[in-house]
Design a protein around this ligand. Sequence first.
Ligand SMILES: C[S@@+](CC[C@H](N)C(=O)[O-])C[C@H]1O[C@@H](n2cnc3c(N)ncnc32)[C@H](O)[C@@H]1O
Length: 278
Amino acid sequence: MKYIEIEFSIKPLEMYSEILQSDLCDIGFESFQDTNKGFLAYCQEGLYSEKELNLLIERFIGFNPDVELSTNKKEIEQQDWNAEWEKSYPAVLINNYCYVHAHFHSPLEEVEFNIEISPKMSFGTAHHPTTFQIIELLQNENVEGKNLMDMGSGTGVLAILAKMKGAAYVEAIDNDEWAYKNALENVQTNQSDIVVRYGDSSLLDGEYDVFIANINRNILLQDMQKYSKHIKNGGVLFLSGFYVEDIPILMEEASKYGFSLDRQISKDNWAALRLIKK
Ligand SMILES: C[S@@+](CC[C@H](N)C(=O)[O-])C[C@H]1O[C@@H](n2cnc3c(N)ncnc32)[C@H](O)[C@@H]1O
């Protein structure tokens, strides 16, 4: 199988490299290698779309007008890109509170929650602002003794954190088979007691005090009513996976089912919301 290699040169490098890599994962890029000017990004030839890449770059520059970005494309033969990527995978520290790391990083003693994640191809390493921000919101959330749903669980990182924080019952659902299997693996590594399920909102059959959905604008709009049917009155819904300008349309939909906005945060134009159900 052939791969497409895109060489990215970015200025300023430290600020934008990780965010851009997370965005590239969404359009099929699976591994990255740092260079002194930026990074090399790899995508299977069959999954590569020049149109999607150009749109992503256009949007990225639109949101970050001070960034200088150039690319150079090459076709190459297969290597073990995942192994390469995992080798250079940096750990993420969130507010000195939660440390999301791979097996080759040592846990940090001074941090309250250390989570070991083997990311493979799944989303949820906390590098992306959508994950990072839900972890920040969970930092201030008392989930002790509560029933919690992590919809679109990716690696399972949020479900694992919720269980570590004392949630009584935690369920994680993802409609991507790879993510489902990866969440099972991560749940086992972190010795968490979590029910992991493969599917989508049609699986919902419980009632939750806290419901997390870090997916994307369209799925959240489509499934909001279903989520609301499974959230207790007075319960909390955390939403993430969309841009700041999407907040009004999401709030318009959420308010139809009795949700009001309690808190909103944003990072690199990605928004995360805490809603309360009346
Ligand atoms: C943005 S990632 C979030 C992963 C993780 N919860 C985190 O915070 O890092 C979204 C996840 O939702 C999953 N997903 C997409 N559409 C879905 C749907 N309709 N129902 C359930 N999961 C879905 C994707 O497979 C992906 O793993």
